[in-house]
Design a protein around this ligand. Sequence first.
Ligand SMILES: [Zn+2]
Ligand SMILES: [Zn+2]
Length: 243
Amino acid sequence: MNWRTFIEDICDIIYPPANTCIFCEQENELVMPYNICRRCWDMLPFVRPPLCDICGKPIDSAKQHICRDCAEYSRSFIKAGAVLEYMPSVHETIYRYKYKGHSELAKPLGILMAHVVSRLAWPDIDALVPVPLYSERLRQRGYNQSALLARYMGYELNLPVLDKALYRCRDTKAQAALDRAERRANIAGAFTVKNLKYTEGKTIMLIDDILTTGATADACTQALLAGGARAVYVFTLATGVLK
Ligand SMILES: [Zn+2]
Ligand SMILES: [Zn+2]
């Protein structure tokens, strides 16, 4: 335990977290330390095989090995993985976390991500790097949702979090309204590494809340590789296009 988790545990004793499920927001007996009620836990759309060997999205048949997107576009990252499929229930919770100021959701979600990623047979990771927000957006929101997830993952996995490794050089149009090709063009070159000391020779796990087409993860990976990173893996809370 490091001093930060120690202080947080003390805060939890003084201000115990509400007995409220982070998905249905009902007071219920919770599966800890994820703050998720048993009913939601049993219904959560955990990502299950068969999965694309590269981006980790669910695919129809194990015979395919890779999904249509990964067949069409080459990926710069080695592999991506996620905890949940991006279904409506997951969307609602991520929406509250990202846009409604519920930054306290970072802790249970980050711990859940850490526990799931630690079961994957991925090679040794040197550090976690969150996808950065553009400075103005960070000011508006008050926190970077990916950086907070990475922070709690880092505590749990005992890995450093390099939240200054990647820099977002420009704002980008909201990706949601764009098609696949537009997303790639919109995000290409939006990230850079300013100081090679963070990245050189490291195997990095890039952290984000959602992976949709993978265009953001690819653009970040390209910047990290240009900054001397040895390899990049990607892990997100949710994956897929909202159905
Ligand atoms: Zn619930
Ligand atoms: Zn894929």
